[in-house]
Design a protein around this ligand. Structure first.
Ligand SMILES: Nc1ncnc2c1ncn2[C@@H]1O[C@H](COP(=O)(O)OP(=O)(O)OP(=O)(O)O)[C@@H](O)[C@H]1O
Ligand SMILES: [Mg+2]
Length: 224
């Protein structure tokens, strides 16, 4: 199972404006058990590529497959239940009054038992050093705290795969180390991940495969 392609992109093109391809014929197969990094300069198309994989943007041409299924035949919710996605600016997506409500929201929506929800929330607050903020508004905490909350909110849904767009933004070295440890643990448990990052230190610590994109094309693809 793990050696199968989890994500596959075939002849993928995307343009926001006509005749200006931002993603330019990308072909890519990503296996679940290989932690994959997508690197590239500002504006090279990394975030656009992530949004195409998540079905948030529709390709101008070409296909995206998740577990061999064309995502045109999947709802956003179905894609979201396969892949936990961290937006590049996650704070834009917070909507709850407190950190603990934000974290527990989806579990409560799923109708899970309140004791279970509270336990899960406490565990993740502790793991991401957010306990002292549980009654704070997610909109009023620091950028690093927002980033940790956003990652915790993804993990609470128990995703089988993670797609994280710049997860170390706003994190200091100590918090980056914690995040690396958490991600390594998750990977050991069989959770696959693709991480979009500028952060070379972070990449070196975690990855099995590094893909570099430039102007919407893959210019380097190396297993390390
Ligand atoms: N909504 C949009 N409408 C028009 N052009 C856009 C839009 N979003 C992004 N672009 C353009 O698409 C190109 C790729 O942007 P994208 O955000 O995918 O790059 P990125 O590699 O993630 O950059 P960064 O490293 O800064 O996060 C850039 O030239 C950007 O200006
Ligand atoms: Mg980006």
């Amino acid at each position: 199972m793990n050696s199968l392609n989890f994500i596959e992109l075939r002849n993928l093109y995307f343009e926001y404006k006509e005749e200006n391809p931002i993603i330019n014929n990308i072909n890519l197969k990503i296996k679940k058990d290989e932690v994959t990094a997508i690197l590239g300069p500002n504006g090279s198309g990394k975030t656009t590529l992530g949004k195409l994989i998540m079905g948030i943007l529709r390709p101008t041409d070409g296909q995206v497959y998740i577990s061999n299924k064309d995502i045109l035949n999947m709802t956003l919710a179905q894609i979201g239940s396969k892949i936990g996605y961290l937006f590049q600016n996650p704070e834009k997506h917070f909507f709850s009054n407190t950190v603990e409500e934000e974290l527990g929201f989806v579990l409560r929506l799923k109708g899970l038992n309140e004791d279970y929800v509270e336990n899960q929330v406490e565990e993740l607050l502790k793991l991401f050093q957010l306990e002292y903020l549980k009654k704070s508004s997610p909109l009023l905490i620091s950028q690093g705290e927002k980033q940790r909350l956003a990652i915790a909110a993804i993990l609470i849904n128990d995703p089988e795969y993670l797609l994280l767009d710049e997860p170390t933004t706003g994190l200091d070295m100590e918090r980056k180390d914690i995040l690396i440890k958490v991600l390594k643990e998750l990977n050991k448990k069989g959770i696959g991940m693709t991480i979009i990052s500028h952060d070379h230190f972070f990449v070196e610590e975690l990855f099995h495969r590094v893909i570099n994109i430039h102007r919407g094309e893959i210019i380097y693809d190396q297993r390390i």
